[in-house]
Design a protein around this ligand. Structure first.
Ligand SMILES: *[C@@H]1O[C@H](CO)[C@@H](O)[C@H](O)[C@H]1NC(C)=O
Ligand SMILES: *[C@@H]1O[C@H](CO)[C@@H](O)[C@H](O)[C@H]1NC(C)=O
Ligand SMILES: *[C@@H]1O[C@H](CO)[C@@H](O)[C@H](O)[C@H]1NC(C)=O
Ligand SMILES: *[C@@H]1O[C@H](CO)[C@@H](O)[C@H](O)[C@H]1NC(C)=O
Length: 488
């Protein structure tokens, strides 16, 4: 390593060389001189004799403490292996010493001793063989709750002694210690210090440092670092929510993870879906939680599909996924209930309408006929009406045969018959809810020929209703069981 000589010193040397003849001046660079182990070092030493150097009168000695390192006294000799002085340079006042591959043994106080008879002069300089350490920290990626060693690697330093202190937020958490140092092939030492810890997520925010003290350093080196605390996410598939609109919301709760970077993906039968995500929230323990939802618009069309919530996170080991599955039921329950309710309401409504109709309706039953024994004797006709009747409403019997006098199709009143030929009994029965039954029985002598009787309901307000029955007569063998009906 060539040594720079200060310009001021050179000027002084030149002044002395040209001026003060006979005065010996020796100069060395400022102490201490620092050298890295293994490097080649040039220890500077210059002298001036105030004129040309007389090699016969010159002796140069370099000593380390009391030990001779190199000497020129007519000939050059080097007790320290590899050391060198330069004859040509000695002639011009340059007594610099080359020390190749400097080691720890070369450190110490050197004396550059010059004799130029009769003058003699010497200067001292200190050589320090040192190398400042390089510091690196490894093993900072840790899993929450798992015991772990964080390593501080201190390397390339000389001399051997180094002090390592571990700090967390400026508090000492490890050391100070002097780790065992190992000598490398390059003549430099290296050492490692270990901080054992069981990390929790809350330590992820702490500022750690590995502090290294060494003689080659003015101030300690601080290697700052933070722990990358990994915590695996826990996955919970929540019970799906069904909205009133019939949408189904699938929800996936992801909790307890760290760091916050995470990818949540919904899959339907393995195919990725568009996902709605809430932003992560920080829990009290420093971990993060997230709720991811997927909305199914038409759940009935998704029957039998498998929905999976898929998470990727640095804390998850390969293949970096956790899957939970939910199968859509064939038909959402709420929908069924709405339909059932609708059908029940419709049935009730129909029933109500029917009841109202039954209450308000007035129905007239067909006339029924019986022939009483002996055959061809008496025929009994029954006519009835039912509904919301008034007390003034009545039933009246008539006969088409009697009406022939009045005109075709116009029935005549039975009052035209003799009383022994007809007999009418009418009665009324109250059925409740304002309903009444009005019944009328007509007993007539069975006619000889076919005859049509009609029963007419005469309400005071509503339309007239009429029922007819045709009896075949004695000649034809008696009345039919039921009559035909017609309504006017
Ligand atoms: C002294 O000699 C050494 C070795 O040759 C050389 O490297 C150095 O530059 C010389 N110093 C000066 C001031 O010339
Ligand atoms: C951590 O370091 C200690 C001491 O250096 C050692 O005994 C232990 O085995 C190491 N643990 C791990 C997990 O490397
Ligand atoms: C320490 O660091 C040096 C250089 O950075 C490297 O060569 C060496 O292998 C490291 N040692 C350990 C134990 O990590
Ligand atoms: C760690 O250092 C950063 C800045 O370097 C600071 O903002 C933060 O508050 C420190 N954390 C703690 C826990 O002191």
């Amino acid at each position: 390593m060539p040594l720079a000589v200060a310009p001021g010193l050179l000027l002084l040397l030149l002044l002395l060389a040209s001026g003060a003849r006979g005065a010996l001046v020796v100069s060395v660079p400022a102490s201490p001189v620092r050298a890295q182990p293994g490097s080649d070092l040039l220890l500077g030493c210059h002298f001036s004799v105030g004129g040309p150097v007389d090699m016969q009168a010159l002796v140069v000695q370099w000593k380390l403490g009391d030990r001779l390192v190199a000497e020129f006294d007519e000939v050059l000799s080097y007790p320290r292996a590899g050391a060198r002085l330069f004859l040509d340079e000695l002639r011009v006042g340059n007594a610099s010493l080359l020390l190749p591959r400097v080691g720890g043994a070369d450190a110490g106080l050197y004396t550059c001793f010059v004799i130029h008879s009769p003058s003699r002069e010497s200067q001292q300089l200190e050589l320090r063989v040192e190398a400042p350490p390089r510091v690196s920290v490894s093993g900072t990626v840790v899993r929450a709750g798992e015991r772990r060693n964080v390593t501080c690697n201190v390397s390339h330093f000389y001399p051997k002694s180094v002090i390592v202190t571990w700090l967390r937020d400026k508090q000492v958490v490890g050391g100070p210690e002097t780790p065992h140092a190992q000598l490398g092939p390059d003549g430099l030492y290296s050492a490692t210090s270990v901080l054992q810890l069981v990390p929790s997520i809350s330590l992820a925010d702490a500022n750690y440092s590995c502090q290294v003290q060494h003689v080659a350093l003015g101030a300690p080196i601080q290697e700052l670092f933070r722990l990358s605390v990994l915590s695996q996410p826990r996955l919970t598939l929540l019970q799906p929510l069904v909205t009133l609109e019939g949408q189904v919301i699938l929800q996936c709760l992801v909790r307890g993870y760290h760091p916050p970077e995470i990818t949540v993906q919904w899959l339907r039968d393995g195919k990725p879906l568009l996902t709605m995500e809430s932003s992560p929230t920080k829990e009290a323990d420093g971990s993060f939680a997230l709720r991811s939802s997927y909305i199914l618009d038409r759940p009935e069309s998704n029957a039998q599909a498998n929905f999976a919530c898929h998470v990727q996170h640095p804390a998850l080991s390969t293949p970096l996924e956790s899957t939970a599955t939910w199968t859509v039921p064939t038909c959402p329950r709420l929908w069924i209930w709405i339909w059932i309710l609708l059908v029940i309401v419709l049935i009730l409504l129909a029933l109500l309408v029917w009841i109202m109709y039954q209450l308000l309706n007035i129905s007239m039953s067909p006339i029924r006929a019986w022939e009483c024994w002996p055959k061809g004797g008496v025929t009994v006709l029954l006519c009835g009406v039912e509904g919301r009747l008034r007390d003034t409403d009545s039933l009246a019997w008539s006969s088409l045969r009697l009406g022939k006098v009045l005109g075709p199709g116009q029935p005549g009143e039975l009052s035209a018959l003799k009383p022994e030929q007809r007999h009418v009994v009418t009665w009324r029965r109250r059925l409740g809810l304002g309903r009444q039954q009005l019944m009328s029985v007509l007993t007539v002598q069975t006619p000889c020929n076919e005859e049509t009787f009609s029963c007419t309901f005469r309400p005071s307000t509503r339309d007239v209703q009429q029922r007819q029955i045709t009896i075949p007569g004695v000649a034809a063998g008696g009345p039919p069981l039921d009559g035909d009906t017609s309504v006017f």
